[in-house]
Design a protein around this ligand. Structure first.
Ligand code: DQA
Length: 148
């Protein structure tokens, strides 16, 4: 049993209608519902937050230790490519995390190839569509059960 925090960055509230050829037709609410169901089956508590405001995302990360979060799954969206502040927030907490991108960022514009977070992450999953979140949850479960 662990507490898993799922964080989604800017514009991911538009999932399902935003550039569906790249990000698919599934809404964020549907992604979160299926993650909640799977987390429950695996015996974990799953908390989800999405924000379009970078300062709010920094606070979610900073507050994770007080909230006794064991693992973080984050799709930082564009902040992966821009935010040294988000990287610093992850460096300040001692919580393992996986970085998810729905699209294959390495097959897209060169400015998407670099992530400020990936060096700090346990792993990265990209190009699997929204199924990448399920893969990350499975990996988080494996990480938490091998740790305890
Ligand atoms: C994304 C990829 C990012 O480059 C982009 O800015 C997004 C979504 C993805 O999930 O594929 O907003 O993180």
């Amino acid at each position: 049993m662990g507490r898993i925090l799922v964080l989604n960055g800017p514009n991911l509230n538009l999932l399902g209608t935003r550039e569906p050829a790249k990000y698919g037709h599934t809404s964020l609410a549907d992604v979160v519902t299926s993650l909640q169901q799977r987390a429950q089956q695996l015996g974990h508590e799953l908390i989800h937050q999405q924000t379009n405001a970078e300062h709010e995302m920094l606070e979610f990360v900073q507050q994770a230790p007080q909230q006794k979060i064991d693992f973080i799954i984050i799709n930082p969206a564009a902040w992966a490519h821009t935010s040294i502040a988000l990287r610093d927030a992850f460096a300040a907490i001692n919580i393992p995390f996986i970085e998810v991108h729905i699209s294959n960022i390495h097959r897209r514009e060169s400015f998407r190839h670099h992530s400020y977070l990936i060096e700090l992450a346990e792993s990265g999953i990209y190009g699997c569509g929204v199924y990448g979140y399920q893969l990350a949850l499975q990996a988080a479960d494996n990480f938490l059960s091998t740790k305890s």
